[in-house]
Design a protein around this ligand. Structure first.
Ligand code: CP
Ligand code: NVA
Length: 304
């Protein structure tokens, strides 16, 4: 594994290696066992969009690993004034050991990887959010022990989270059901990947998708960059909500996850959110542990 650009690029074995290392690093972190595996390494973090979890978990994670995290706001970089990503990649490769980037176009992340000579981590694009989904898989495995036979249900926009959850969920062996409005389906590349799996289904009925689900996941109706569509989307997504009716359709011990930030009474009711706050905030914590594993895998490719 040279980069983390999208879940489609990872093999099942690579995903499990990241999760196993994340478990180990989580144990060390929780027990105050020092693990300065990335001493002397520097991570550059480029943000073209807002972030709470991604920024703080990468920055803290790098510090805990003994390395140095460098926050780079796109507004302050020449990239924000039009310097090509191809040139930025070649320059930053001379200074840094790894780049994490959050931006709009997936192509920008792929270009960084193509033109740079250091590992690139996708910290969210309009297409996908692999760091979040690795943390989600870590959380599901913690709660359910393994993935075999589990049904993961995603309700809402066919967005970056849906794209990554479908691929990640199917790759680790879960059944994946998706409910989204007909006009807001996941990316065609993801649909093409998923069509070969018997365990994949997609519908516009949230209740149908949620039947006997072990894991229920949702995300905002309007992602970052879609601010002008908020009112239109509020109408299109009405009913695409995790609420008591959805919980009643799922298994009685179903867990609920949300990548956050959440919009209560839109994609999830406040009641369901608070009843499942434990899972949701364990999921947020696991961003730290999963990403530390990704950074170690990428910056110490010959083994930790
Ligand atoms: N879930 C997530 O990526 O959160 P941030 O936007 O706060 O980084
Ligand atoms: N789909 C959301 C996820 C935020 C972490 C967005 O892109 O804004």
């Amino acid at each position: 594994m040279k980069h983390l650009l999208k879940m489609l690029d990872l093999s099942q074995q690579e995903i499990f290696e990241i999760l196993d290392l994340a478990d180990k690093l989580k144990y060390q972190t929780k027990h105050d066992i020092p693990h300065p595996m990335l001493e002397g390494k520097t991570l550059g973090m480029i943000f073209q969009k807002a972030s709470t979890r991604t920024r703080v978990s990468f920055e803290t994670g790098m510090y805990q690993l003994g390395g140095y995290p460098l926050f780079l706001s796109a507004n302050d970089l020449q990239i924000g004034r039009g310097e090509p990503v191809q040139d930025t990649a070649r320059v930053l490769s001379r200074y840094l050991d790894c780049i994490m980037i959050r931006t709009f176009a997936q192509k920008e992340v792929e270009d960084l990887a193509e033109y740079g000579t250091i590992p690139i981590i996708n910290g969210l694009t309009d297409f996908c959010h692999p760091c979040q989904v690795l943390a989600d898989l870590l959380t599901i495995r913690e709660y359910k022990a393994n993935f075999d036979g589990l049904k993961m249900c995603y309700i809402g926009d066919g967005n970056n989270m849906a794209n990554s959850l479908i691929v990640g969920g199917l790759k680790v062996g879960m059944n994946v059901s998706v409910a989204c409005p007909d006009d807001y389906r996941p990316d065609q590349q993801v649909m093409d990947f998923a069509k070969d799996f018997n365990g994949f289904s997609i519908t516009n009925s949230p209740l149908e998708a949620a039947q006997n689900a072990d894991v229920l996941i949702t995300d905002v109706w309007s992602s970052m960059g879609m601010e002008s569509e908020i009112e239109k989307r509020k109408i299109a997504f009405k009913g695409y909500q995790i609420n008591d009716d959805i919980m009643a359709a799922a298994k009685s011990d179903a867990m609920v996850m949300h990548c956050l930030p959440a919009h209560r009474e839109e994609e999830i009711t406040a009641k369901v959110f608070e009843a499942h706050a434990k899972e949701i905030f364990d999921e947020a914590e696991n961003r730290l542990h999963a990403q530390k594993a990704v950074m170690v895998k990428l910056m110490l490719p010959d083994g930790e």
